[in-house]
Design a protein. Structure first.
Length: 639
C-alpha cells in the first residue's frame, strides 16, 4: 500500500526488511497487511555459504564441506550442483511482482573487503552469482552491505566491475548513519567517508545508490545533512530507533523525527528494519505500528508553498541561462516570469518610494523602462504613480519586436496616454528627453550574467545628472556545493570539457551548500565613469565544517532596488515567495574533497572582449583544479 498525503496527493512507499523468506508470496502478503508495498529480501538463503575453488565447487552441508561439481557457469563461477537448487524459482512470482515488490539483498556473509585472499575471491564469485540473479529477475535494485572494517578498495573494485558489466542493474550500498560503539567506545570511522571512497572508486556511477540506516543513535546535525546531497534511495528506520509513548505506541524522538521529515522531501523509499529491543515492537504487529507512525508523520507534512509548487517540476533539471540581450525571449518565458507574485510588487514599492520623494514637484517625472518585455514593469510604474499621485511619463524601450506588439496593444487597450513604446536596443536609442528614473529587470540568477552592467552603462547618456536607477546596485554570491545528482546530470550530457565549463540555471534539490555564500561581484548604477570597466576578479575562502565533496559552486544574487527595498535569492536573505530565478550552478569537472574543518579557496573572474563576456573559475585549496572556461572557450554571453 502506497501512502498518499491527504492534501497534496504526494505518495510515500514503505517497505519491510526481512531476514529469511521461506515463501516470497506469503512475505509480500504479510508486508501488505502491515501497510507496506515492498520487501527487502535476500535472494539466496543468508546461511548458504557456497565455496568455490579452482575448477571445483564446494558447499556446506551441516558442518561438513562437500565437493559437488566442476562445471563452469555463464557468469564465470563454478556451478554448484546439489540436491536442492541455489535458491527459489523465479516462477514463484510474476515478473511485475519481482520488479515492484522485491528489492534484493546480497548474502551478508559475502565479504568483498576480506584480507583473506581465499575468502575474498570466494566472496567475489558468490557476489557475481547473486547480482547475475538480480539482473535475471529485473529487480529494481539489489542491496549490498558496506564494508564494516578494513579497506574498501576491493569492495569498490568489485562494485565498479559489476556496475560496468550489468549496466541496467541498480546497486545500493547499505550503510548506517553512525557505526555502533565497540567495547563501550564510539567508532571513530565516519560512514560518509566509507561511502565517499566507494563512490569515487566507482566514478560516481549513476546506478550506484545508498540505503541509509538510522538506529537508536544519530550523529550531529551537520553530519546527517551531508546525506541530502547523496543518492539515498531508501531510508531504513530501525525498530531500535523507536520508543514507546505513554500509551505504548511506537514513536520517534524529535531528532529522528526532524531528519525523517527532511528526507520526506526527496522522494525516496522508506523501510522498517531490525528487531526492536521491546517485545511490543517485534513481529507483524510491531512492524505495522512502526509503518503507521511513519505514514502519520508523512501525512502531517505541510503542503507545498506556491513557490515550492512552481519549482517542483524543475528540481535538479539543468537549464541554459537566458541571454535576453542576444536572444529574443518567447511568450511563454515572459508569462512564467510574470506569474511571480512578489517581484513586481517589490518593484512597485521601490518606484513608489522614489516617487514619494517627488510629491509636490511641478514637473512630470520621466521614467524609462529599459527592457520592458510584455509590460509588467510599465504596469508597476503606473501603479506606483497612482499610489503616490505623482504624474509620470513612461518610455517603454524593448528590442524584441514580438514583445513590442504586446506593449502597443496594452497601450491602446488601457489608454496609456502617458506611455510611449520604443522599439530599439536601449544602448543605441537616441532619447527625446532625459530620464529622472530608469527601471530595468535585467538581472540573472548570478546578478550580472544577463549583462545588466553593459546594458545600463549604455543607457547612461540619456540620464539627468541626478537620475536614479532601479535597481541601484546588485551583487553576486557564491558558495561551494555538494551534489552528486547535479554532477551526474552534467556528465549525462557527455563527459566533455564544454559541458563542465558551462554554468546552468537549476532548482537545487539534491544538493547541500557547504558554507555560507560570500559576495563576489558588485555593480552600482548609474555608473558615470567615462570608461566603465565591468571585468572583475575575486578570491573567496570558505570554512568547511564537515568532510565533503565539492561538485561545483552555487550562485545567487542580492539587489537593492531602491533604499531599503531589496530582492534576493541568496539563501540567508532570500525574498519569501519569489520564484523568478533559480540558482546558478557552476560545475567543477573533477570534484574536490574537502576535509573536516578545512578551507575551500575559490578563484572567480569576470572577463570581457568587444563582443562577449564570460566567467572563468578554479578551486585552489585544498586541491588545485584547472581554470575552467579560459578565454570563454566553452561559454560566453554575447553583447
Amino acid at each position: 500500500m502506497v501512502v498518499t498525503h491527504p492534501t497534496t496527493g504526494e505518495q510515500l512507499s514503505i517497505g519491510i526488511d526481512v531476514v529469511s523468506v521461506p515463501r516470497l508470496r506469503t512475505a509480500l502478503e504479510n508486508a501488505e497487511q502491515c501497510g507496506c508495498d515492498f520487501i527487502m529480501a535476500p535472494l539466496v538463503h543468508p546461511r548458504y555459504e557456497r565455496v568455490f575453488t579452482q575448477g571445483q565447487s564446494w558447499c556446506h552441508e551441516g558442518s561438513a564441506l562437500v565437493r559437488v561439481s566442476s562445471a563452469a557457469s555463464d557468469n564465470g563461477c563454478a556451478a554448484i550442483v546439489r540436491d536442492e537448487p541455489l535458491t527459489r524459482s523465479d516462477l514463484e512470482l510474476s515478473s511485475s511482482e519481482w520488479m515492484s515488490g522485491v528489492i534484493g539483498k546480497v548474502s551478508p556473509w559475502i565479504r568483498l573487503e576480506s584480507p583473506n585472499d581465499y575468502f575474498r575471491e570466494n566472496s567475489e564469485m558468490a557476489f557475481r552469482q547473486e547480482i547475475s540473479l538480480a539482473s535475471h529477475l529485473s529487480l529494481r535494485a539489489i542491496i549490498i552491505n558496506a564494508p564494516t572494517s578494513g579497506s574498501a578498495a576491493n569492495f569498490s573494485r568489485s562494485m565498479n566491475s559489476a556496475l560496468s558489466s550489468l549496466r541496467h542493474v541498480q546497486m545500493w550500498i547499505r550503510i548506517p548513519a553512525t557505526y555502533p560503539a565497540v567495547n563501550g567506545k564510539s567508532d571513530i570511522r565516519d560512514p560518509w567517508d566509507v561511502w565517499n571512497t566507494i563512490r569515487n572508486m566507482c566514478d560516481s556511477h549513476p546506478n550506484l545508490g545508498i540505503v541509509l540506516e538510522i538506529g537508536e543513535n544519530l550523529p550531529a546535525k551537520n553530519e546527517l545533512e551531508r546525506w541530502i546531497a547523496e543518492p539515498v534511495k531508501i531510508l531504513a528506520v530501525s525498530t531500535n530507533a523507536f520508543v514507546l509513548n505513554k500509551v505504548g505506541y511506537p514513536v520517534l524522538l524529535k531528532k529522528h523525527q526532524d531528519f525523517v521529515k527532511i528526507m520526506f522531501k526527496y522522494g525516496m523509499l522508506f523501510a522498517i528494519t531490525g528487531r526492536g529491543s521491546s517485545a511490543r515492537l517485534r513481529g507483524a504487529e510491531g512492524y505495522r505500528q512502526c509503518v503507521q507512525y511513519i505514514a502519520h508523520l508523512f501525512g502531517k507534512q505541510p503542503p507545498s508553498t506556491e513557490s515550492e509548487a512552481f519549482e517542483a517540476p524543475f528540481r535538479d533539471y539543468l537549464q541554459a541561462p537566458l541571454q535576453p540581450l542576444a536572444d529574443d525571449l518567447e511568450s511563454q518565458t515572459y508569462e512564467t516570469f510574470e506569474k511571480d507574485p512578489v517581484k513586481y510588487q517589490k518593484y512597485r514599492e521601490a518606484i513608489a518610494l522614489y516617487l514619494s520623494e517627488k510629491v509636490g514637484s511641478s514637473d512630470r517625472i520621466v521614467v524609462m523602462v529599459l527592457g520592458a518585455g510584455r509590460g509588467p514593469l510599465v504596469k508597476a510604474a503606473l501603479a506606483a504613480s497612482a499610489d503616490t499621485q505623482v504624474p509620470i511619463d513612461v518610455f517603454a524601450v524593448e528590442k524584441n519586436p514580438n514583445a513590442v506588439v504586446t506593449l502597443e496593444n496594452l497601450r491602446l487597450e488601457n489608454e496609456w496616454s502617458n506611455v510611449s513604446v520604443i522599439h530599439c536596443d536601449m544602448r543605441h536609442w537616441e532619447a527625446p528627453a532625459r530620464a529622472d528614473l530608469v527601471v530595468s529587470e535585467l538581472l540573472g540568477s548570478f546578478g550580472d550574467n544577463e549583462l545588466s552592467p553593459e546594458c545600463l552603462d549604455g543607457a547612461t547618456k540619456y540620464l539627468k545628472p541626478d537620475a536614479v536607477s532601479i535597481p541601484q546596485s546588485y551583487a553576486s554570491f557564491l558558495a561551494p556545493l555538494a551534489s552528486t545528482k547535479l554532477h551526474n546530470e552534467v556528465r549525462a550530457y557527455g563527459d566533455t570539457q564544454q559541458n563542465f565549463e558551462t554554468p546552468y540555471v537549476v532548482s537545487i534539490h539534491r544538493g547541500r551548500i557547504l558554507a555560507e555564500p560570500q559576495e563576489v561581484f558588485r555593480f552600482s548604477h548609474p555608473n558615470r565613469s567615462p570608461h566603465p570597466d565591468n571585468t572583475r576578479f575575486k578570491t573567496l575562502e570558505f570554512k568547511i565544517l564537515e568532510a565533503n565533496m565539492v561538485h561545483g559552486l552555487a550562485g545567487y544574487f542580492e539587489a537593492q532596488l531602491y533604499m531599503d527595498v531589496v530582492i534576493s535569492i541568496n539563501p540567508p536573505t532570500a525574498t519569501t515567495g519569489m520564484f523568478s530565478w533559480f540558482p546558478f550552478y557552476i560545475p567543477i569537472r573533477n570534484p574536490v574533497y574537502v576535509p573536516k574543518e578545512s578551507t575551500c579557496q575559490v578563484q572567480m573572474w569576470r572577463k570581457a572582449s568587444p563582443g562577449r563576456v564570460w566567467y572563468e573559475w578554479a578551486v585552489t585549496r585544498p586541491a588545485i583544479t584547472p581554470v575552467h572556461n579560459p578565454n570563454g572557450r566553452s561559454y560566453w554571453m554575447g553583447l
